[in-house]
Design a protein around this ligand. Sequence first.
Ligand code: SIN
Length: 539
Amino acid sequence: MTEKIYSPDVVIVGGGVAGLTVALNLAPRRVCVITKNNLGVNTSSSWSQAGIAASIDKDDSNEKHLDDTLKTAKGLANKEVVEKIVSESVNVIKDLESIGVQFDKNPDGSFNLGLEGAHSHNRIVGSKGDSSGIEIMRGLINKVKSSEYITILENVSIDSIMHEDNTIYGVIGRFTDKNIPNNHVVIQSSHIVLATGGLGGIFANTTNPRSSYGEGIALAAQVGATLTDMEFVQFHPTGLDFGLDPTPLATEAIRGAGAHLVNQNKERFMLGVHPEVELAPRDVIAQNIFKQIDMGNSVFLDCRKNIGDDFESKFPQVYSYCVKAEIDPAKDLMPILPVAHYHIGGVKTDLHGRTSVNGLWCCGEVAATGVHGANRLASNSLLEALVFGKVVAQQINNEPFKKQIDKITSSFIRTYKEKTRSKIRARKYIWQLRSTMMRHLGIVRNQSSILKGLTEIIRIERESRGLSAKLNDMILVSKFIIVGAMKRTESRGCHLRYDYPNEDPNFLKHIDQSQETLIKDLENIQSKSELFIEKSFAN
Ligand code: SIN
């Protein structure tokens, strides 16, 4: 066998904030962290701007943070999990400071706390204005690199989780650099932690790196893990409409600092819509921007009066994008559009990050811990990743150490290799899928758009069958979103259906799915689809 084989105690797939936090808290267990790119490159964590929500101010409290989170989540958050992350928020900040992360402070040494939508208090702890993700990742990476227990495998893409009898025993993947001879890599371990991030990459407009396409969800689903809340995809109201892909984010903290939302007629269209105006919950803002766009209007952030010349020092990252687009935030309006930003659903976990498959753990965006309900409160996601990263590590450390049973055989690897295909011709289908999901399963949905989306995804699957593992994962994940969106016949949080515009108390529940339920669900939907087509002809 020429493949490289590793046998760490724990394998962590994903090198963002969640994955690195797990790794750092597992010592002295031997850990292998696998990243798809170079460590720290193209992760949503590094791209996050505003920071971490923490009730750190003397006039703030865990109870207020809890209330804001629950109110925003529209009845679907798990209170116990929210209490857990909220009560750990101050410790998480202290942990990061202890590894050298420098947060923004006032001259008196107190934290310079930012404000975002639906927070009743300034509580966003950030670093270098809008560079929080970069600075937090810098601290974590430095610490990880100095650990003797952690091996980093960079530029490796995982294709399968090896499993038997609802129990995992390793992962198999390959170095993405084709020039590496025998580029397959096999990592056997009785604990796998998926920390692969989100799935914005299946939508045409997203703030996520393109490599975030729901790979972790597909990997987990393929070994039978239960998924939940797949329909809840959160759109960020203010992506910078500068024609770039992925879309750069204009952090919500810009509105927290006083920027207004206006259309081309300089009308503040949020006035009279919500008492918090531009700081209403994210779903309300995104949907109202969408309405403006649907009416043929253009939408802008107006930072001229309330931020003006301070923009560059307060938001250096966003400013750098503006400079490239030849826009001066002190003088010009900034064109924006809502973009896929965060997936609330994912692999269902318990309070300790455990999934329904033995030995498989999840944390960060890929996990659905129940903390965000139907709508995530801004800046709660880094907090969740940091808290659950630690929780998962503690749980694994509590498990009795299992000696790795050598199950890897040459014939297994040979069979596996035969499955790997060229991905070049898959590109056109990937673009078709992204455009389909944006158009039909985007900010607003209805039965007709969901069915159109499904028809398109099935056509893409039929025409492209087997072209690339990435495309297959994207198709699978899209189908789960379609099923969730079809089944949830109500509007709640970031799931907005024009044909069911109100919340329905019967849907105060989660929609669980799995690979096993998917086939039946799709058959049901397709039979509805035939009815729908017949009905539309009849009309
Ligand atoms: C932002 O900076 O607006 C993003 C924060 C978040 O998505 O939590």
